[in-house]
Design a protein around this ligand. Structure first.
Ligand code: ACM
Length: 566
C-alpha cells in the first residue's frame, strides 16, 4: 500500500519511547506462576513448592537426541546470567536430585486429562511443567513440547535471567503445575525482507523472538517489486540483478542458498518452520528487471525503489513464465524442509478474472508437484480448491463471500487481519515508524479480537492459526523491527496459543508488563506502549546488568542497538 517513507533515527525512537512511558507505573513483583505469556491452558500454583535453582543444579533428560538438544538449549539459556555450570546429563535420574528434568514420554501418557483441549493429551506441542521443592520437571510427548515448556520455565525465573553476563540474583521459581497446549497449530510472524533487506543475523534474532512466545512459523516474504532475495541457480539474475535494490534506493541484497539453509536450520532448532513466499503474479518488478522475457511487453522495467503496489506482473500468457515458476518453486521447495510454499497472489490488479484464476490454478498445481502445500493471500479464493490449500486473510472487514466459499470447498485460513495483526501499522499517530492505511494498532487492538470468529461464517475448525506480518516499506533496521514487534507480537502469540477462556485485556496487560524488564535485560528494543503498566526499573529486585555484545547470536543475545530501554 502507498505510504510516505519515513526513517527515524535511534534518538527519535528513544524520544518516542520516553514520551510513551510515564503513566501506569508500578513496582516489579516477584514472578507468579500465572504470569506466563501466552497464557497457559491450566495453572495450579502451590506456593509451598517454590524452588531455588542452585549452583550445583543439573539438567537431566533421556538419551533421545531431540530431547538432549532441548536440554542443551536450556543450559545455554540459563548459564550466562546465573554463571552456573548446569551440566546436561542423559541419565534418567529423577528431578529429586535437585535439578531440571526434561521427560520425553513419546506417548499420550497424559491423555486421560479431560481438561486438555487436545483429545490426544498434550499433543504435538503441549507440555506439563511441575515445580516442586525437589526441582522442576517438564514432561511432553515431543521435543517441541519440551521446548515450549522451556520457554515457560524461562519466564518463571526473574527477568535478569535474560542478562548475557552473570547477575547476583535468587533464581527462585514459583511452585505449582502448568499444563499447556496450543489452541491453533499455526502461529507465526512474517518478515518482509524484500522492501528492505535484512542480514541473516537479524532474521535469526527474529526467530528467537518468535520462539520466546511459542510462535512456530516464520513466513519470509522473499520477493517483491523492490527486490528478489533468494538465490535461484536456474535463473541467477533474479538475485544478482533483481536483488540489488530496495525501497529508498539502498543496495538491497539477497540470501545465498547457504544463508537460507542457515535460517531454516536455526529456526528448526527452535521448533520454528520457515514458510517461503514467492509473490506471484504481481509484485514481480524485480524479476522483470532481471528477466524482461517474463514481462508482458518483453521490455525490462526500471528497478523500483518506491512503495506503490499493483503495477507489475509476470506474463500469464507466455509458457516461459510457467518454466520460470516451475524452476523457482522447485528450487525453493528443495531448500525448504517445512510443508508450506506461499505463492502470494495479492494485489495483482492488472491480471483479472479468468486470467488470474487460471494462473493461480496452474501455479497451485506446480506447488502440488513439488510435494508442498500451497498457501496464498486470500485473493487466491476464487481459484479452484487443491488439497490442503491455505488462505491468509489480511482484510480489514471480516465479510468476504469469496473467502467463505473457498472455506466451504475445503480451504483453511491463517488470520492476519490488517487492522489487528499488521505490525507495520503505527501504534499511535506519532509513532516514528510504520504506516496507517489499515488504522492505528495499539497493543489492545492487536489483542482484542478472536481468530476463531473473525471472518463471518468461518468457524474456528477452519482456522489453521494466526500470523503477524511485518511489512518493511518504512522499517529499515533490526531496532525498528523489534520496536514494531514488541510488545504487540506477544498479543498475537496469545491469540494463537491460549484458550479463548483466558482472554482478558486487563490480565494480559499486567502479565505483559513484566516482559519489559526481560527485554531490557536482553538488550531488545521495544515500544513502551502507554497502555501497559511497565514496572519501575530498579525497584524491588536485582538490577539488570547491561549485556555485553557477544560475537555471535546465541539464544536471544545477539548484538543490537537498544534504543527503547532506559
Ligand atoms: C498484502 O498486504 N498485500 C498482503
Amino acid at each position: 500500500m502507498p505510504l510516505s517513507v519515513h526513517e527515524p533515527d535511534a534518538a527519535t525512537l528513544a524520544r518516542s519511547a520516553d514520551k510513551a512511558a510515564g503513566e501506569l507505573l508500578a513496582p516489579p513483583a516477584p514472578v507468579q506462576l500465572p504470569d506466563v505469556v501466552p497464557a497457559p491452558q491450566r495453572v495450579e500454583p502451590d506456593p509451598a513448592e517454590d524452588w531455588l535453582l542452585s549452583p550445583d543444579a543439573v539438567i537431566v533428560t533421556s538419551a533421545d537426541p531431540a530431547a538432549l538438544t532441548v536440554a542443551a538449549y536450556l543450559a545455554e539459556l540459563l548459564r550466562p546470567a546465573t554463571g552456573y555450570p548446569l551440566p546436561v546429563t542423559d541419565t534418567t535420574r529423577p528431578a529429586a536430585t535437585g535439578g531440571i528434568a526434561l521427560v520425553l514420554t513419546g506417548d499420550d501418557s497424559l491423555k486421560d486429562d479431560a481438561s486438555l483441549n487436545d483429545d490426544d493429551g498434550l499433543g504435538a506441542e503441549g507440555y506439563q511443567l511441575a515445580v516442586t521443592r525437589a526441582g522442576v520437571t517438564i514432561t511432553a510427548a515431543t521435543a517441541t513440547g519440551l521446548f515450549h515448556g522451556v520457554q515457560t520455565l524461562r519466564q518463571l525465573l526473574p527477568p535478569t535471567i535474560e542478562s548475557a553476563v552473570p547477575v547476583t540474583e535468587r533464581w527462585m521459581l514459583p511452585g505449582g503445575t502448568i499444563t499447556d497446549a496450543p489452541r491453533f497449530p499455526y502461529r507465526g510472524a512474517m518478515l518482509d525482507v524484500a522492501r528492505h533487506f535484512f542480514p541473516v543475523e537479524d532474521v535469526l534474532r527474529v526467530v528467537d523472538h518468535l520462539a520466546r512466545y511459542k510462535l512456530n512459523h516464520l513466513h519470509l516474504h522473499l520477493t517483491d517489486d523492490q527486490g528478489w532475495r533468494i538465490a535461484v541457480d536456474s535463473w541467477p539474475r533474479l538475485s544478482t540483478v533483481g536483488g540489488a535494490t530496495e525501497v529508498g534506493g539502498g543496495p538491497g541484497g539477497h540470501y545465498t542458498k547457504a544463508d537460507y539453509r542457515r535460517i531454516v536450520s536455526y529456526a528448526a532448532a527452535r521448533h520454528v518452520t520457515v514458510v517461503p513466499e514467492i509473490d506471484l503474479p504481481g509484485h514481480t518488478n524485480s524479476a522483470l528487471v532481471a528477466y524482461p522475457e517474463l514481462a508482458p511487453d518483453k521490455v525490462a522495467p526500471p528497478p523500483y525503489t518506491g512503495t506503490e503496489v499493483g503495477f507489475s506482473y509476470v506474463d500469464p500468457a507466455d509458457e516461459r513464465t510457467y518454466d520460470f515458476i516451475t524452476d523457482v518453486l522447485g528450487e525453493v521447495a528443495a531448500l525448504t524442509p517445512g510443508p508450506w510454499l506461499h505463492i502470494g497472489g495479492d494485489e495483482a490488479f492488472k491480471v483479472k478474472g479468468e486470467v488470474y484464476t487460471g494462473f493461480v490454478e496452474r501455479t497451485q498445481r506446480i506447488v502440488a508437484d513439488t510435494g508442498k502445500t500451497v498457501v496464498g493471500w486470500h485473493q487466491l479464493a476464487p481459484a479452484a480448491h487443491v488439497d490442503g490449500r491455505v488462505l491468509q486473510w489480511w482484510g480489514t472487514n471480516g465479510d468476504d463471500p469469496a473467502t467463505l466459499e473457498a472455506v466451504r470447498r475445503g480451504a483453511r485460513l491463517i488470520l492476519s487481519p490488517g487492522n489487528h495483526a499488521y505490525l507495520d501499522m503505527k501504534y499511535a499517530p506519532d509513532t516514528p515508524v510504520g504506516q496507517d492505511w489499515a488504522g492505528l494498532i495499539d497493543v489492545r487492538r492487536a489483542y482484542d479480537w478472536d481468530p476463531g470468529s473473525h471472518v463471518t461464517g468461518v468457524a474456528d475448525d477452519a482456522v489453521l492459526g494466526v500470523e503477524a506480518p511485518l511489512w518493511t516499506e518504512s522499517v529499515t533496521s533490526l531496532a525498528e523491527i523489534e520496536f514494531m514487534l514488541l510488545p504487540r507480537l506477544p498479543a498475537i502469540a496469545e491469540l494463537g496459543w491460549s484458550p479463548r477462556a483466558t482472554h482478558d485485556w486487563a490480565g494480559f496487560r499486567d502479565r505483559l508488563a513484566g516482559h519489559g524488564r526481560r527485554w531490557t535485560a536482553a538488550g531488545i528494543t521495544f515500544h513502551r506502549a502507554p497502555e501497559v503498566p511497565w514496572p519501575v526499573e530498579g525497584a524491588g529486585s536485582a538490577q539488570p546488568v547491561r549485556p555485553q555484545i557477544p560475537a555471535q547470536p546465541g539464544p536471544d543475545n545477539a548484538p543490537v542497538p537498544s534504543t527503547d530501554n532506559p
